[in-house]
Design a protein around this ligand. Structure first.
Ligand code: ZN
Length: 147
């Protein structure tokens, strides 16, 4: 299996079975993201305790790339400090806009999305969850009641 097939498998898997696809009740930060070019819509929830992302999740609907990207994002930032999450956001943004290939060691499975940079129309699908996370992390802590 070459790297491209492996990356494809990761995206398919995370789209079919998204990780952390749920809301978080309690004191959380959240933000809504919308990509009008494709119709991707999601809400990212982040529970931050002492500067660390204790829990992070998302709900919403979108294309395979946006769902897989959001799923991979939650796995990647969970347990990280807010500063580390922001550094990953920068890395992902550079990777997806082709400014840099990023550090494969640090990006791990997130590198599966690298191929998106060859499809400019899809870049916003892949960056949506990251922009939304960033907005959530900089938002106020809000008490959220969920179903
Ligand atoms: Zn999309």
């Amino acid at each position: 299996m070459d790297l491209r097939d492996l990356y494809q498998d990761i995206i398919v898997d995370h789209n079919r079975n998204p990780r952390n696809f749920r809301t978080i009740a309690g004191a959380v930060r959240l933000a809504e993201g919308y990509n009008p070019l494709c119709g991707d819509k999601l809400v990212v929830y982040a529970q931050v305790v002492d500067g660390r992302v204790e829990d992070v999740s998302f709900v919403g609907s979108g294309c395979a790339i946006s769902t897989a990207s959001a799923s991979l994002m939650t796995e990647a930032v969970k347990g990280k400090t807010v500063a580390e999450a922001e550094a990953l956001f920068t890395d992902m943004h550079e990777l997806l806009t082709g400014k840099s290939v990023g550090d494969p060691e640090r990006l791990g499975k997130l590198a599966a999305l690298a191929g998106v940079k060859d499809y400019p129309a899809r870049v916003k699908c892949a960056t949506l969850s990251w922009h939304t996370l960033n907005a959530a992390l900089h938002g106020e802590q809000t008490p959220v009641r969920t179903e």
